[in-house]
Design a protein around this ligand. Structure first.
Ligand SMILES: *[C@@H]1O[C@H](CO)[C@@H](O)[C@H](O)[C@H]1NC(C)=O
Ligand SMILES: *[C@@H]1O[C@H](CO)[C@@H](O)[C@H](O)[C@H]1NC(C)=O
Ligand SMILES: *[C@@H]1O[C@H](CO)[C@@H](O)[C@H](O)[C@H]1NC(C)=O
Ligand SMILES: *[C@@H]1O[C@H](CO)[C@@H](O)[C@H](O)[C@H]1NC(C)=O
Ligand SMILES: *[C@@H]1O[C@H](CO)[C@@H](O)[C@H](O)[C@H]1NC(C)=O
Length: 503
């Protein structure tokens, strides 16, 4: 998601949505060794697991997500774009890039309604868009999906259709709980920020993520789920948020992960960071005592995730220029920031970044920028894509579509950041596709299919004791990202709050 200070001139975009599209596990490549047995295993060859810094399929071959965010968490709570194009043609567009994954976002509110009294898509559209426009948009959706949807189709049946089409075209699905109350995410005032926030009920959240994990058992291609998108400081929300600190994060994430694992033990579980998913320091560096997440004493331990801590946990981060304030000078600066945020858990971190105490797969599940003919060449964006290719990290760009049914009260909202045009028919930036995304997807596929290399002998202690010690002596400097970026996000949040009060 991205949040924008609409009443201010500059657009403060933060982000969201992920899709992935990734790789053909059946195609062995040169990356990390020869894949031999994979060709025989039927796609998707799950369940997936983790091995050191890699995600792997059932045969132990590397899987690297390369994909895109497909939002389905905004007011209507139906995957976007279906009034313009069919599910099949949209998935074909994704496939044409060589992507292998989709980050499909959902709102907890949808599950609240399902468990109370579910509604058909006809009502979903008129509730969100009004009788006249809702009916008109529904008719377009039905016209594009004859024989597939009718007025009584439910929202979850639309999700089912998206997952089925993705399976048909060999695209993995990653579910992401984006918000509690449906709507554009993620300004700190929206009541969706943190456990206990106005709309962020702990119980409903746990029920919702477990419900979707369980429901997704009937999708052959649901491989993973993100517990919550962009946790952030709750401000002026009208709720009673729990303390914004590392201990709350750790305890609640564990509870959510336990419930998801109980509902569907096959899924990889993605943990997103603090400060709008810009900081995983406490997981990666055993460093709970940072100024903005003070009060925490818990130490991250895989053993606390009973039965799945060793092979199901994946880390995710987001990277947007609004979170950093100024533009980076060069790729070294981008590499260092991404490593400090948590990519160091891949190993091979920038030379001046503290070595991570443990290894995890780390994915950039959101990044994005306006899809015009030149923005992708800016240092920040060019270097981010280069980083993902060089480090063989998985990713999902934000977002797929060029418009939303409704966003922040504007219907048929145009999305200049969308890979696709307003009517989801073509690429907005053929230049970025050709010179940025195709080479990146290609590089990510090259990382798939091979065997993970054996972990380096050094610093691979399973119990983490030695790692913790070395993490302890190599604390990172105060100039690192956690300290430079987070306050900016907070500053932006507070500015928004103050301006809202004034207006
Ligand atoms: C209904 O749709 C029309 C055409 O897209 C748009 O101009 C109008 O603002 C919409 N109505 C509302 C209430 O948003
Ligand atoms: C939708 O459900 C209503 C009420 O059960 C029924 O009258 C109507 O025929 C259904 N519509 C379709 C297209 O099946
Ligand atoms: C976390 O680790 C530190 C350093 O090893 C230790 O002092 C602290 O007591 C630990 N916290 C908990 C809750 O065990
Ligand atoms: C990462 O480090 C390992 C050893 O720790 C090395 O074998 C590998 O080549 C490195 N990869 C890159 C991309 O530098
Ligand atoms: C994809 O990678 C292969 C080698 O791995 C290379 O030959 C080809 O040119 C690449 N294509 C693009 C679009 O980068």
């Amino acid at each position: 998601m991205r949040w924008s200070l609409q009443k201010l001139a500059p657009r403060l975009a933060v982000s969201s949505a992920l899709w992935y599209a990734a790789s053909f596990v059946a195609v062995p490549t040169a990356a990390a060794g020869a894949a031999s047995s994979a060709a025989a295993a039927p796609w998707p060859n799950g369940p997936f697991a983790t091995s050191d810094r890699w995600m792997t399929d059932r045969s132990g071959n590397i899987v690297t997500y390369a994909g895109v965010n497909w939002p389905a968490h905004i007011d209507v709570m139906i995957p976007e774009g279906l009034q313009y194009q069919s599910v099949a043609s949209i998935v074909s567009k994704i496939k044409s890039l060589g992507m292998n994954a989709v980050r499909l976002t959902f709102a907890i509110e949808m599950i609240d309604q399902i468990t109370h009294k579910d509604i058909p898509i006809s009502k979903a559209f008129t509730d969100a868009l009004g009788q006249e426009n809702g009916t008109a948009v529904l008719q377009k959706v039905l016209k594009n999906h004859q024989g597939l949807f009718d007025e009584n189709t439910t929202r979850l049946q639309v999700f089912d259709a998206v997952a089925a089409e993705c399976a048909k075209q060999q695209i993995y699905v990653h579910l992401d709980n984006h918000v509690s109350k449906a709507g554009w995410c993620c300004n700190p005032l929206d009541g969706n920020s943190w456990w206990g926030d106005k709309y962020f009920s702990v119980d409903n959240w746990k029920r919702g993520v477990a419900y979707m994990a369980n429901h997704g058992k009937k999708w052959t291609n649901l491989m993973s789920i993100g517990l919550r998108n962009e946790l952030r400081v709750p401000i002026l929300s009208g709720g009673t948020p729990e303390p914004y600190n590392w201990d709350t994060w750790y305890n609640r994430m564990r509870e959510g992960a336990d419930d998801v694992h109980k509902a569907n033990p096959d899924l990889l579980i993605f943990l997103s960071g603090l400060n709008s998913d810009s900081d995983l320091g406490p997981v990666v560096n055993q460093q709970p005592d940072k100024p903005l997440v003070s009060g925490g004493t818990a130490n991250f331990s895989r053993a606390d995730f009973k039965g799945y801590g060793n092979d199901k946990l994946v880390l995710e981060l987001h990277y947007y220029d609004i979170l950093r304030g100024s533009k980076p000078q060069d790729c070294a600066e981008v590499d260092q920031e991404l490593d400090e945020a948590g990519f160091s858990a891949l190993g091979n971190a920038s030379s001046n970044v503290q070595e991570a105490t443990d290894r995890f797969p780390v994915l950039l599940t959101e990044f994005g920028f306006p899809q015009d003919s030149s923005t992708y060449t800016q240092t920040m964006h060019r270097c981010t894509e280069q980083f993902l290719a060089d480090r063989q990290a998985g990713w999902m760009i934000w977002p797929l579509g060029g418009s939303y049914y409704i966003r922040e009260d504007t219907q048929d909202y145009d999305e200049p950041w969308g890979l696709l045009t307003h009517d989801w028919s073509d690429w907005r930036s053929p230049e970025h596709i050709q010179n940025g995304l195709l080479p990146l997807t290609n590089a990510s596929q090259a990382a798939s299919g091979g065997r993970p290399p054996p972990p380096p002998a050094k610093d691979q202690n399973q119990d983490g004791d030695d790692g913790k010690k070395s993490g302890g002596v190599q604390r990172r400097s105060a100039s690192s990202m956690g300290l430079s970026i987070a306050p900016l996000g907070l500053w932006a949040a507070m500015t928004y709050g103050i301006i809202s009060l004034v207006l």
